[in-house]
Design a protein around this ligand. Structure first.
Ligand SMILES: Nc1ncnc2c1ncn2[C@@H]1O[C@H](COP(=O)(O)OP(=O)(O)OP(=O)(O)O)[C@@H](O)[C@H]1O
Ligand SMILES: [Mg+2]
Length: 470
């Protein structure tokens, strides 16, 4: 029993705060917020909840899905007349396998105990076996990702399709075809960012999708009858504060479009954050390398971090070495440049706590850059054996790692937790100008800097943005 409870708390931390938890049937503990309630009650054939991040969109999907599977007599928030007598056949469409795991965790968390059919299984690591589950009443649910082939999507006739995150326009026809036979509903939930949503907006404006629009406000995170919201005003403010300006309208207000597409690190301010200062003794030292085959696309950033694994790290962007506009460096050159950089700061390789280098790069079938090669060149240059020299690790990349990483870095400046040495010219150019263009020559320095910071810290601890987004 207790295990069940912890499962639920892991998947839905907010719920603990506001409900008398019902162990046997967590669905009874759910009290919808006003937008969740409106969305769940919507009788339109196509309907959506368009809102800010962490508004409770996926939670609403989980509840809507399960009420439809459990049958009309169990329904509390979805109108009974919308629910077919069991067994129901439903889909949950996700953007990726990884995202589907978080959706599955929420569905599983709400699932009344003892309702799962014999052959169905759930584990935290892998979700539902076969990405599907069956209830004892015969209702079936499959989790699909939008990257799946149309063939795999074809053939099912469904009573309901839930879509969490904006789907690609090319899949819409297929989804509509699948619910046609049963006049099934399609319910979408998303924050309108990261994927094209113009086509969804057109459907809303043509009255083909009913739009429930919910900005992140206190009222919108206040569950029905609860004595407090599941996020405080301070938490909402902090989130709005840390989201870069160009994403704020979408991520906070759930608007169709961002305000102005400006730079991605708007809170970097040279008057405040540029300083001739080295990282103090005791800082963890981290070197981040971004390889590039094209001229000028090679960047190495030296970073010092104090308290990287606490909620309040301090970061010094300390020095850099980057290829000039027309230069390409081979691995030996990279090693030489790194040694020069460390030498001028009176650092030895042994002082470096973290080495991070991007994935290997190939050209014409042969590997040009690779962390092992870099490590080997550095070891040779320093006159030590390969095995004695530390590993150069690959950065951990999550989905949307560039916007996520930039947002995290922006949060550091927003809270005045980072300083940049003026000699980090390329990195400063990145801070001042990068606006998401992947071909921008300043991007590589930004990548190298992100890797170095991420290796010496845990952004999920100190960036409320990252912690909440995942
Ligand atoms: N009605 C509710 N009552 C209490 N807590 C809730 C409720 N709805 C959602 N929460 C909590 O809010 C958090 C966010 O919920 P959820 O993941 O569903 O949001 P989301 O809008 O899908 O977020 P994202 O934008 O990251 O996809 C969860 O921790 C969940 O426990
Ligand atoms: Mg979600």
């Amino acid at each position: 029993m207790i295990e069940v409870h912890e499962d639920f708390i892991d998947a839905m931390p907010g719920i603990r705060e506001v409900a008398d938890f019902d162990q046997a049937n967590p669905m009874l503990s759910f009290r919808p917020t006003p937008p969740q309630r409106a969305w769940l009650a919507c009788a339109a054939p196509r309907f959506q909840l368009r809102g800010g991040n962490q508004l409770g969109k996926t939670a609403a999907q989980a509840v809507g899905l399960l009420e439809r599977m459990l049958g009309p007599e169990h329904a509390r928030w979805v109108p009974r007349e919308l629910i077919p007598p069991p067994p129901a056949n439903v889909w949950m469409v996700c953007t990726s396998w990884k995202q589907s795991l978080t959706v599955m965790a929420k569905v599983h968390a709400f699932l009344p105990r003892g309702m799962l059919a014999k052959g169905s299984r759930y584990t935290t690591r892998r979700g539902f076996t076969g990405q599907s589950f069956e209830l004892q009443n015969g209702s079936m649910c499959s989790f699909l990702t939008v990257n799946q082939d149309d063939d795999e999507m074809a053939s099912a006739t469904l009573h309901y399709i839930g879509v969490d995150e904006p789907p690609p326009e090319s899949k819409w026809g297929e989804l509509v075809a699948r619910v046609r036979h049963h006049n099934g509903q399609i319910g979408l939930t998303y924050t309108p960012i990261n994927r094209p949503v113009g086509w969804l907006r057109e459907k809303v404006e043509a009255n083909q999708i009913v739009d429930i629009h919910a900005p992140l406000t206190l009222a919108n995170v206040w569950p029905l009858g609860a004595d407090r919201p599941f996020q405080t005003q301070e938490q909402l403010d902090q989130f709005a504060d840390e989201v870069p300006g160009w994403q704020r309208a979408q991520r906070v207000d759930g608007d169709w479009e961002g305000a102005t597409v400006g730079r991605w690190i708007p809170d970097y301010d040279e008057d405040k954050h540029m300083r001739i200062e080295n990282a103090p003794p005791g800082a963890a030292i981290s070197v981040g390398i971004d390889y590039g085959l094209a001229p000028g696309k090679m960047a190495v950033i030296l970073v010092g971090v104090i308290g990287g694994f606490t909620p309040t790290p301090s970061v010094w962007f300390w020095d850099e070495t980057c290829a000039g506009k027309d230069e390409t460096w081979d691995t030996l050159m990279i090693a030489k440049k790194i040694k020069e950089m460390l030498d001028r700061n009176r650092l030895d390789w042994r002082n470096v706590d973290y080495w991070t280098g991007d994935r290997s790069l190939e050209k014409g079938g042969s590997v040009i850059y690779e962390n092992r090669k870099t490590r080997s060149a550095l070891a040779t240059l320093y006159g030590v054996g390969f095995s004695e020299f530390p590993n150069v690790a690959i950065p951990k990349k999550k989905e949307n790692s560039v916007p996520m990483g930039c947002t995290a870095i922006n949060g550091l400046f927003k809270r005045d937790r980072a300083l940049v040495h003026p000699r980090c010219a390329r990195f400063r150019a990145f801070l001042k100008h990068f606006n998401g263009n992947p071909r921008d020559p300043v991007k590589d320095a930004g990548d190298a800097g992100r890797y170095a910071v991420a290796a010496a810290s845990n952004p999920e601890t100190w960036s409320s943005f990252i912690a909440r987004y995942y």
